[in-house]
Write a protein that binds this ligand. Structure first.
Ligand code: ATP
Length: 539
């Protein structure tokens, strides 16, 4: 992971936001190559889910054909949206503060183990994933040894109890040795912390002007459901897709871009008849999993995990996460890339009637102490009328909700490879390369003149100009050609085209494949077709 982070910075994929002022925790900027990678991910998603979707035939696994349209809503919306969606009351994490180290942790992200030594029983804790380059057990053991003033060779004196536990399973913190503390009992009791960023709209700075930066793009889709139905000729089943920035004031942003405070989401709200919703849920769960596989995430590091019923949100009748085994996680741990949720009619009904709560098997409007709705809905009719069956109903919703930044990070982690290639003298040379899917690769081809003379630069520039209208290509004439190959491998460019002495006599150039290192000659005039063919074949 450290190597990938350093490559990302060195080659201009990702920079810490506000770097020159020491950075701002939880915010990241995409550099010249990173912005291309992220755009390619978003474009692949938009094309595969929206514009490229064939609405005339049912795709494999889908119950019927369906339509897809897009939307682009504002980041700041009417504050009532967040009250009815439940985010105002429920979108919080619990945090604990350490009085000694002054550090703040997410309650559910501290883990530890009970142990006894020298007659004293303590709970030694770490942040999940470990710290200081140490895994969880290793970090905890080192902390415990230090606490009891023992040497590494005395580790046998530590009597461990049970497995790693979450701090949420420890009711009293008196015996807890916090992740960065030297003494026991330094953690405060857990406190609630709402993750929405608050701001003020207009000149009003009081509560009347208070608004929130959206913590998800989904609510803009629900708020526009009626607009879309009334203005476009969509009929159920159909989906509305949106991508854009979301903001969450995460307590402990970390793991590079994995948990950021400003990030981009790619979300679909798919509206269907309640009776068909289980089948549609199944379809989207499988369809979205396949999308990552098709773009190159490996089977054993990617998994589809169904939530246990106790994990489900208050409105959901089924949720699955697509997860990736990021290298910064503890071995065997996976991090969420996308959640696919069956949301029933919770959202549309909340925006009609007011914030809902579950009462037994029913969703009912939550009331305040005076018996009035706790948060009033819009009062607008968001039901759907089916012209063919003459039936009116509130559609059910399936929501595949993905993060563009987490996807970018997973594709980068998966792509990072090291191998050995023979140098110009046939000796093995270590190489780093990004085996990115050609659709995602920031640069599709690089064009080099072998040397900067004999008309080679001119011939190479001609090829560069012929390719440029079709693909993002890069021209480089600086340094030894081996170095130039290495630089392109490192940023995942699938093909390098080299103009050499032979080009000037027979008009052919060499094309080199990033993954197989195969080199073959083609006519310079055929480069556009050859690269197009190569990109399609390796896709
Ligand atoms: P987590 O449990 O990891 O905080 P979540 O379950 O709260 O995630 P969702 O609310 O389901 O996440 O959001 C949908 C998607 O948005 C996630 O799968 C993820 O890809 C992305 N996402 C959510 N929070 C962040 C974040 N802080 N930074 C980057 N991406 C995020």
């Amino acid at each position: 992971m450290e190597k990938l982070v350093s490559l990302c910075k060195r080659r201009g994929f990702l920079f810490q936001s506000s770097d020159i002022y020491g950075g701002l925790n939880g915010f990241w900027d995409y550099g010249p190559l990173g912005v291309e990678l992220k755009r390619n991910i978003k474009e692949a998603w938009w094309r595969d889910m929206v514009t490229g979707h064939d609405e005339l035939a049912a795709p494999a696994g889908a119950p019927t054909a369906y339509q897809m349209v897009g939307l682009d809503c504002t980041i700041i919306m009417h504050p009532q949206i967040w009250k009815c969606s439940g985010h105002y009351d429920l979108f919080h994490d619990f945090m604990v503060d350490c009085r000694e180290s002054k550090k703040r942790y997410r309650h559910d992200q501290v883990r530890g183990r009970w142990l006894t030594a020298k007659g004293q029983r303590i709970f030694a804790a770490t942040e999940s994933g470990g710290a200081d380059g140490k895994g969880e057990q290793e970090y905890i053991e080192a902390k415990a040894l230090k606490f009891f003033n023992l040497r590494a060779k005395d580790a046998g004196q530590l009597a461990w109890e049970g497995e790693l536990l979450s701090l949420t399973q420890v009711p009293d913190f008196a015996q807890v040795l916090a992740p960065d503390a030297k003494e026991l009992g330094t953690l405060t009791p857990p406190r609630e912390f709402n993750l929405m960023f608050k701001t003020y709209v207009g000149a009003l700075s009081g509560e009347e002007g208070a608004a929130f930066l959206r913590p998800e793009t989904a609510q803009g889709i629900f708020a526009n459901f009626k607009n879309v139905v009334d203005s476009s000729r969509v009929a159920i089943p159909f989906g509305i897709a949106q991508m854009g920035k979301s903001f969450r004031n995460e307590i402990t942003p970390r793991n590079f871009t994995f948990r950021s405070r400003e990030f981009e989401q790619m979300e679909i709200e798919f509206f269907c008849h309640p009776r068909q919703s289980p089948e549609w849920y199944q379809y989207w769960r499988d369809r979205r999993y396949r999308w990552y596989l098709e773009l190159g995430l490996a089977g054993d590091r990617l998994r589809l995990r169904d939530h246990h019923s106790e994990e489900l949100s208050h409105y959901s009748c089924g949720t699955a996460d697509i997860e990736y085994a990021f290298p910064f996680l503890a071995p065997g741990d996976f991090g969420e890339l996308e959640g696919i949720a069956h949301r029933g009619d919770f959202d549309l009904r909340s925006h009609m009637e007011g914030k809902l709560v579950r009462q037994g098997n029913e969703l009912v409007v939550e009331l305040d102490a005076e018996g009035k709705p706790r948060h009033r809905g819009s009062g607008k009719d968001l039901s759907y009328f089916d012209d063919e069956t003459r039936e009116r109903y509130v559609p059910h919703v399936i929501e595949p909700s993905a993060g563009a930044d987490r996807a970018a990070l997973a594709f980068l982690c998966e792509a990072y490879q090291e191998d050995e290639v023979p140098d110009e003298h046939g000796k093995p040379r270590a190489r780093t390369f990004l085996r990115l899917h050609p659709r995602l690769a920031p640069v599709k081809a690089a064009v080099f003149p072998l040397v900067k003379k004999d008309g080679m630069p001119e011939a190479a520039q001609k090829i560069y100009r012929a390719l440029k209208p079709h693909f993002n290509v890069f021209y480089d004439e600086k340094g030894a050609v081996g170095r130039r190959y290495a630089r392109q491998d490192e940023v995942g460019t699938p093909f390098c085209i080299t103009v050499d002495g032979q080009t000037l006599t027979d008009g052919t150039v060499t094309i080199r494949d990033r993954d197989t290192l195969r080199q073959w000659r083609v006519k310079a005039d055929d480069c556009v077709d050859e690269i197009r063919k190569g990109l399609a074949a390796s896709g």
